[in-house]
Ligand binder design. Structure first.
Ligand SMILES: NC(=O)C1=CN([C@@H]2O[C@H](COP(=O)(O)OP(=O)(O)OC[C@H]3O[C@@H](n4cnc5c(N)ncnc54)[C@H](O)[C@@H]3O)[C@@H](O)[C@H]2O)C=CC1
Ligand SMILES: O=C(O)C(=O)COP(=O)(O)O
Length: 527
């Protein structure tokens, strides 16, 4: 049974799903060293934001096939390292959207009505009403930075509360903004005009300290800022200062540059106009059930050899695409493997031509499958759908793609041409019926061969005696021929012979084969 490590608190429903296919160990609060020590024995790990999967940790996970993030943000995972190692990273893109949006809205209303301060006051024995006269959000301007899934829900609810909406999101279409009733503006205008600003964008190099001492200066004096997205998007020191000295109306933070928040952080001492929650945005019963099911199912599927529906590092290979393209993915991988073995050395360029019905399909997974096949003779099981493109890029293989929707002999076919150290090799393949793979052309010689594990290919002159000579030679070495195909362009010209054989061919036999008069070259292929 595969082993799964669950290193953050995950809803039991997720553990139950994982237990269908794996031995599950729940070990939370591991130190970085303990995590590194534990990881080598696991096939999968399921985490939330608490576990930091650094380069070192991922490299220690020699057997890891999948990292499951029960939530949205994967900024605690070194995704490039996972990709390099061929580990699929999945998340739950929508499982906690509502929870995070409602937390941001709760923060906005708490800031407006002094809920935390009034609660603390009454619990301390007082009955103070005059200190807590709030403001209404009705008719106020809310600036939403990042109008994705969470930002959109916040905007929708805020509109129902009667707020005027501004948004900044450089990747959003005007139509989408209009549909949400939001006015898309430049960041500076949003900063200047908003009474409330709420952040719903990822933390990246570009968004680091997006709100800083400079931007705080141009905001309205009563502005209230909410961050339920990621720590680090706001410069915490500048914010703490602005809240403390009354430069802004207040702020509410659920996320921090370093989590857990340091005991001595200046944020803890910034006064009651700064509301802090310990990363609770996704902490609702509903969201925790959603993300646990979503991610545990994906881990289960990947451990069973099926595709994941929300992989962040295999673009375009969700289950729908997988189902539709599966036979063509197998075809592309087989042809990539074949052309790689025929090339017999370094490959500099690979052209993938999609012909007929697949010319209109999503091509990226097909190209990735071809690269996986091409690299598998060199990299064996180290190459997979996750890292094939990266491995090819790092080897300097230039990939081109051509499409031709004209239907030729088959409804759909794939043609791969590789150029490398030993010149050019090309192969074509198609499907017989819905899923049977066929090799239909090798270096412009038409053939029709079902691929098999052991194969022998020869390039020879089309003349009497070749087939007999080869047959007896293999017979002498006790190699059984399962089937044989000859392809030629003209009578007595050049020809190829493709044999499916039941046994591996001794390497020394190739030299004997090329000594048969008329045989120019011979290749052993293992598919
Ligand atoms: N506090 C918590 O517990 C939770 C926090 N989150 C965080 O909330 C954030 C948003 O999540 P989703 O809405 O699900 O993501 P999403 O991917 O649906 O939306 C993000 C939006 O940010 C926009 N964006 C990217 N770069 C930007 C930039 N430089 N300036 C402005 N906008 C930019 C994107 O175009 C996109 O529309 C993420 O950082 C996520 O990790 C998510 C769930 C729970
Ligand atoms: O999903 C996200 O991005 C979150 O920030 C939620 O984090 P959590 O799973 O609650 O540690």
């Amino acid at each position: 049974m595969p082993k799964v490590l669950v290193s953050d608190p995950i809803d039991q429903v997720g553990i139950d799903i994982l237990s269908q296919v794996a031995t599950v160990d729940v070990k939370t609060n591991l130190s970085p060293d303990e995590l590194i020590k534990a990881l080598p024995e696991y096939d999968a790990i399921m985490i939330r934001s608490g576990t930091k999967l650094t380069k070192e940790a991922i490299e220690a996970g020699k057997n890891l096939k999948i990292i499951g993030r029960a939530g949205v943000g994967v900024d605690n995972v070194d995704v490039p390292t996972a990709t390099r190692q061929g580990i699929v990273v999945v998340n739950s893109p929508e499982g906690n959207t509502i929870a995070a949006a409602e937390h941001a809205l709760a923060m906005m209303l708490s800031l407006s009505r002094y809920i935390p301060e009034a609660n603390a006051s009454i619990k301390s024995g007082k009955w103070d009403r005059k200190s807590f006269t709030g403001v209404e959000v009705y008719k106020k301007t809310l600036g939403v930075i990042g109008l994705g899934k969470i930002g959109s829900h916040v905007a929708t609810v805020a509109r129902a509360l009667g707020m005027r909406l501004l948004a900044y999101d450089p990747f959003l279409t005007a139509e989408r903004a209009e549909h949400l009733g939001v006015n898309l503006v430049e960041l500076e205008i949003l900063f200047r005009e908003s009474d409330y600003i709420t952040l719903h964008l990822p933390k990246t190099k570009e968004t680091y300290h997006l709100i800083n001492a400079e931007s705080l200066k141009i905001m309205k004096p009563n502005v209230r800022i909410i961050n339920c997205a990621r720590g680090g998007i706001i410069d915490e020191a500048a914010l703490a200062e602005a809240v403390k000295n009354g430069q802004i109306g207040g702020a509410a933070l659920d996320v921090f540059e370093n989590e857990p928040l340091e005991a001595e952080s200046t944020l803890r001492a910034a006064g009651s106009r700064l509301i802090l929650t310990p990363h609770l945005g996704a902490s609702t019963e509903e969201a925790q059930t959603n993300v646990a099911v979503d991610v545990a199912e994906q881990i289960r599927d990947v451990l069973l050899g099926l595709p994941a529906r929300a992989a962040v590092n295999i673009p375009g290979l969700g289950p729908d695409v997988w189902q539709k393209l599966k036979p063509y993915l197998q075809l592309a991988e087989m042809l990539g493997n074949l052309v790689g073995q025929l090339a017999g050395g370094r490959v500099d360029t690979l052209d993938v031509r999609l012909q007929g019905e697949i010319a209109t399909s999503e091509s990226q997974p097909i190209v990735v499958a071809a690269l996986k096949g091409l690299l598998s003779p060199a990299l064996r099981e180290r190459v997979n759908f996750v890292n094939a493109s990266l491995e090819a890029k790092e080897r300097g293989i230039r990939v081109t793609e051509t499409r031709d929707a004209t239907i030729e002999d088959y409804t759909g076919s794939l043609h791969l041409t590789a150029n490398g150290t030993h010149g050019q090799q090309s192969v074509t393949g198609a499907l017989l019926g819905k899923s049977e793979l066929r090799i239909t052309n090798i270096n412009d010689f038409p053939i029709n061969v079902a691929p098999s594990h052991y194969m022998l290919l020869t390039l020879h002159r089309d003349m009497p005696g070749i087939i007999g000579g080869l047959g007896s030679l293999l017979g002498n070495f006790n190699v059984n021929i399962a089937s044989m195909q000859v392809g030629r362009r003209m009578v007595r010209g050049e020809a190829v012979m493709v044999l499916n054989i039941d046994d591996p061919l001794p390497a020394s036999l190739l030299e004997e084969i090329v000594r048969i008069p008329g045989v120019k070259d011979a290749f052993v292929v293992n598919l």
